[in-house]
Write a protein of this length. Structure first.
Ligand code: 6PG
Length: 248
């Protein structure tokens, strides 16, 4: 694993940097493998990045879109990660409709998780071949990522690609840690002072990853970029263990 920590001056610089890295990863994947599979993060941070990606001149026919997690709501619900990504990005670019694979939320969480598991197996050809070319992740102020929340059962799911996440009493659909860590490239997008404490824990050796699940994200062979704005990264002192680069 190659790990990068970049602390950018502000959110707009973070988005610009994420755009550059993302486009490079997409073009590299298509050059190497003929196509690029991307798993999207939800929440609010990625939205400006998605808006910029929509305007890029990319080989859209060979780009395939999945989600890293989904709230258990209909696709037209204001909380839907699918709704946000379609409005910010996918409806604004010529990506073929059949290249977009939203997480189903119409049956029950366990059934929909199993359905999405099959969708991934069909796309990648088998459970062992699953590995997204590019994975976007956010981090909550409790250290969760995707819908892998602290001290929840989904953190222990190692034999499936997709699981039912639990945010208090709300069920969600989420990729599991092995699926995320099989990615070729992972970009964490973390902005805002409210993330400072969780970041300090995630980057601190002694933290129990079950308390701060973002710490479990260690791609086996992939590249991992932590892109933070200065407000989020304020308490982090770059050290030898992690390559750090202040924005120029
Ligand atoms: C979701 C996300 C979740 C998100 C974090 C950060 O469905 O909410 O996938 O993991 O990335 O909660 O959210 P913000 O970017 O809004 O801070």
């Amino acid at each position: 694993m190659t790990k990068f920590l970049e602390i950018l001056d502000d959110k707009s610089e973070l988005v610009k940097r994420a755009l550059k890295i993302s486009v490079n990863c997409i073009q590299e994947a298509i050059a190497k493998r003929g196509k690029c599979s991307i798993a999207l993060a939800g929440g609010s941070t990625p939205k400006p990045l998605y808006e910029k990606l929509a305007a890029q001149n990319l080989d859209w026919n060979n780009i395939y879109i999945f989600w890293g997690d989904e709230r258990y709501v209909p696709a037209d619900h204001p909380d839907s990660n699918e709704k946000m990504a379609r409005e910010a990005w996918l409806n604004q670019c010529p990506i073929p409709a059949q290249n977009i694979f939203p997480m189903p939320t119409g049956a029950d969480p366990a059934t929909d998780a199993a359905t999405y598991e099959q969708t991934l197996q069909d796309f990648f050809g088998s459970q062992d071949n699953v590995g997204f070319d590019l994975m976007f992740l956010g981090m909550g102020d409790d250290g969760h990522t995707a819908s892998l929340f602290p001290q929840t059962a989904a953190l222990d799911v190692g034999d499936r690609l997709v699981a039912v996440g639990q945010k208090q009493e709300d069920s969600r659909i989420t990729l599991t840690l092995p699926t995320i860590n099989a990615s070729h490239n992972i970009i964490f997008l973390v902005a805002g002072a409210n993330k400072q404490d969780a970041l300090q824990q995630v980057f601190h050796e002694d933290c129990d990853p079950k308390d701060y699940p973002s710490k479990f994200i260690q791609p086996k062979e992939g590249r991992l970029w932590w892109l933070l704005d200065a407000a989020a990264g304020e308490k982090l002192s770059p050290d030898g263990a992690i390559y750090a680069m202040k924005s120029r």
